[in-house]
Design a binder for this molecule. Sequence first.
Ligand SMILES: [Mg+2]
Length: 240
Amino acid sequence: MPIKVIAFDADDTLWVNEPYFQETEKEFCSLFEDYLPHHTVGRELLHTEIQNITLYGYGIKGFMLSMIETALKITNKTVSVEAVDKIIGYGKDLLARPIELLDGVEEVLTALKGHYRLVVATKGDLLDQERKLKKSGLEHYFHHIEIMSEKGEADYRKLLKHLDIKPDEFVMIGNSLKSDVLPVLNIGGHGIHVPYHITWAHERIEHNIEHENFRQVQQIKEIIPFLLSEINDGPEPGLH
Ligand SMILES: [Mg+2]
């Protein structure tokens, strides 16, 4: 079955994201270092963020609210209005960050466009992800942009239905094994992992993946010869 659609995750696959969040988290931890050690503040924040995902989804606005909630908790509700003002400022700074494309991304999209339908499948705030795509200058490469509230098996099934393709006609490329690869393999699609040097604690998994539809590359550029050989030379192991 030939591959029809190649979907790309956006944050830390097409452009830099997690390092910006981690810089902000450091500032947040420093702001409350008189109350608790940095790593304890960081752990509290992560705990609050994960608890709030079902309420706020992924993205900067939810992150801001979780920072404020964590500040209230660790200061026993005595956090100053100045500190809250700073936290809101951290979030607004994050929203204003420029888009820094990762190495090889444009080369990959240029090489694959015309051979496959290219799609973006990303989590995050709708408005923020739209803003990032526009700023990235990459929009014109894509046939479809899917901003998802979660990346589970049911969410991918819905996307495939929308794209009117079968699972084995779909390849997902991303930096998160948990969100970009495992659910896609589980529904019969193909997954390519392009690791990024920093991964959010909530996206980490501890075990290795062995699956005939799975492959890992060190750099996104490595997918070009692999995916183009699908067209020129026919099947290769792992992608049929
Ligand atoms: Mg990502």
